[in-house]
Design a binder for this molecule. Structure first.
Ligand SMILES: [Zn+2]
Length: 289
């Protein structure tokens, strides 16, 4: 299960330039806790991000849409990667996955399995070969960093990748149109940074026990849905398209534009809106009771 978190617009680039698309997956280690790593991506001044982060207990958070460019491997130092393109920022044609922990930590099985499963899904979406030329260590681009550390054997990680990703957790952005009139638009302009809404002001809507039993307010998308900037309106700017079967952390709900007879919209933790009708909780007032 992938939970959409997002990050400020200053920490990623909308779209991918020069007609480039994801051709490889770069494996990183956060060199710290999940919360600390995620904090860097959500801090608008760091200009750092990754598409995904995976905790030691296998929780997957998504910060950047795969169609957009995350800032995770833009510095090239003594590269040893055979498929590196000369004078092209590697961020433009890679997907970055961060992992909680220190460079020499042993990865728990839950983290290794979650990473391998995610790699399988990404590889299927973008037709990326499952080999050590296309699933690489950050160190192969930037030799001055040990990232992702010495414990991980890329070959062992690739061996864990399922050959057929589970359908239930495979987003289908390309094949399924987004609801309420929007479609995936790589050329959409970047959005302004929205302040996060403090969770202590949030209305309790739903609680879901995750693997570590922490309670979180999340909804699950049941189809692709537009995340709208700052307003519960189908005319508001599309921040990104959240794929089906994604957990979205929410702070509250509001009444907004009525779509297909439903006027409820959820507000994510960055103050953007998704229509409740595209989630497993189309009527927030029922779940709040
Ligand atoms: Zn790294």
């Amino acid at each position: 299960m992938i939970q959409w978190i997002g990050c400020p617009s200053s920490n990623f680039r909308k779209g991918r330039p020069f007609g480039l698309r994801p051709e490889a997956i770069v494996i990183h280690i956060m060199d710290g806790s999940f919360a600390a790593g995620e904090g860097l991506f959500r801090n608008p001044s760091t200009q750092k991000s990754a598409h995904y982060g995976i905790s030691r207990d296998g929780e997957i958070h998504q910060y950047v849409d795969e169609n957009d460019t995350a800032f995770h491997a833009g510095i090239v130092v003594n590269p040893a990667w055979s498929l590196l393109k000369q004078r092209v920022n590697p961020n433009f044609y890679t997907i970055g996955i961060e992992h909680e922990g220190r460079p020499d930590d042993v990865w728990p099985l839950a983290q290794l399995t979650a990473s391998a499963t995610l790699i399988g899904q990404i590889a299927a979406r973008w037709d990326i070969p499952r080999d050590d030329s296309h699933v690489i260590r950050h160190h192969q681009i930037r030799a001055s960093k040990t990232c992702p550390g010495n414990w991980l054997e890329i070959g062992e990680l690739i061996k864990q990748v399922p050959t057929t990703p589970a359908l239930a957790v495979t987003p289908s952005v390309a094949s399924q149109p987004a609801i309420e009139g929007g479609t995936l638009s790589p050329s959409a302009p970047a959005v302004a940074v929205m302040p996060a809404i403090p969770l202590d002001h949030a209305i309790s809507i739903a609680t879901v026990a995750t693997q570590n039993l922490a309670k979180k307010k999340v909804v699950l998308t049941i189809r692709n849905v537009n995340l709208r900037r700052a307003q519960p309106l189908t005319t508001a700017q599309v921040v990104c398209v959240i794929p089906a079967h994604t957990e979205v952390q929410i702070s509250k709900f509001e009444a907004g534009e009525r779509v297909n007879g439903n006027s409820y919209w959820y507000v994510d933790v960055q103050g953007n809106y998704l229509w409740a009708g595209a989630t497993n909780a189309p009527d927030p007032t029922v779940m709040a009771a």
